[in-house]
Design a binder for this molecule. Structure first.
Ligand code: CUA
Length: 316
């Protein structure tokens, strides 16, 4: 799929592209460096003591060290104080990341095998591409159509499970105009590693343009629009253009073929069959494949279905 690479950030971390990122990284730094300091202290002391109190012969009694109350209180109390500090750093960050500002812009997110779809309040539906305005808090209301997925944007430092039958939420405020990558971070089947989307942060004016256009280019010829939909709607995850067998049949030479269905009957691949297979995807599944394709009835527009059919026809 055509998804941009995760941009280079620091040695440890991806870029910080949301208002939440600096606090998340600061908390990570504190935990990291406290751990490094104690690792050196503890392992260093251990190595030194192994050497210093080594047994020097059969009559050596120096290694019989007794209980020391003051020392034990110290090495209990000091780590406890450090853990309390870490707890409050974590708590304040968690509360901040959990509660979206009241004026947040709301976008619905749907995860399914293996596609992310974003629905905007004005009815615009955008597959595989989350377009958001810069400098404005965005609240995501997320659900899954099938299994557990996990919504993860490394550069924003946000991640949350997406669960069938309920809603989970996340919020962020993007700080940079740029494209980054959304990943699925919960193993969800063979297409899991391809379940990505582009996160496109734009200025408010471009965002309004995107909403008005419905996320679609009106001037493209059908086969060309179909080609771009093939990528954006995630068809490429399961249908190759090379003849290679993936989760679904390849589009190469598909049009005009006669396919055998699971029940033994056969079907001629014409425009009507392609259209039915896109809209009510599992009505007539070709023998040897699983009925796993998402349903696009009520999701794709008429013109988009026509464009996809034209594109598949052109793959000879
Ligand atoms: Cu969806 Cu992994």
């Amino acid at each position: 799929m055509n998804v941009p690479k995760i941009d280079q950030g620091s040695f440890w971390m991806p870029r910080q592209s949301s208002t939440l990122a600096p606090a998340v990284d600061a908390a990570w730094d504190v935990v990291m460096y406290v751990s490094v300091a104690f690792f050196l202290l503890i392992v260093g002391a251990m190595a030194w003591f192994v050497y210093k109190y080594r047994r020097r012969g059969p009559d050596d009694k120096t290694s019989n060290i007794a209980h020391n109350a003051r020392l034990e209180i110290a090495w209990t109390a000091i780590p406890m104080l450090i853990l309390l500090v870490l707890f409050f750093i974590g708590l304040s960050g968690y509360v901040n990341a959990s509660v979206a500002p009241g004026d947040s812009y709301e976008i619905n997110v749907t995860g399914e095998k293996w596609l992310w779809t974003f629905s905007y309040p004005n009815g615009t539906v955008s597959p595989s591409k989350l377009v958001v305005p810069r400098g404005r808090p965005v609240r995501l209301v997320m659900s899954s159509k099938d299994v557990l997925h996990s919504f993860y944007i490394p550069e924003f430092r946000i991640k949350h499970d997406v669960i069938p039958g309920t809603y989970t939420t996340l919020w962020f405020e993007a700080t940079e105009v740029k494209d980054s990558t959304l990943l699925c971070a919960e193993y969800c089947g063979t297409g899991h590693s391809d379940m990505m989307a582009t996160v496109s942060v734009v200025e408010e004016a471009q965002f309004q343009e995107f909403l008005e256009s419905g996320g679609d280019d009106k001037n493209m010829p059908p086969a060309e629009l179909g080609k771009s939909l093939y990528t954006t709607w995630g068809c490429a995850t399961c249908h190759s253009l090379t003849g290679a067998r993936q989760q679904g049949p390849s589009f190469k030479g598909l049009f005009g073929k006669t396919e055998t269905l699971a029940d033994g009957s056969s079907v001629h691949v014409d425009e009507a069959y392609l259209k039915e297979s896109i809209l009510v995807s599992n009505a007539k599944v070709v023998s040897g494949y699983q009925p796993i394709m998402p349903v696009f009835q009520g999701v794709l527009k008429e013109r988009q279905v026509d464009a996809l059919v034209a594109f598949i026809k052109s793959q000879q």
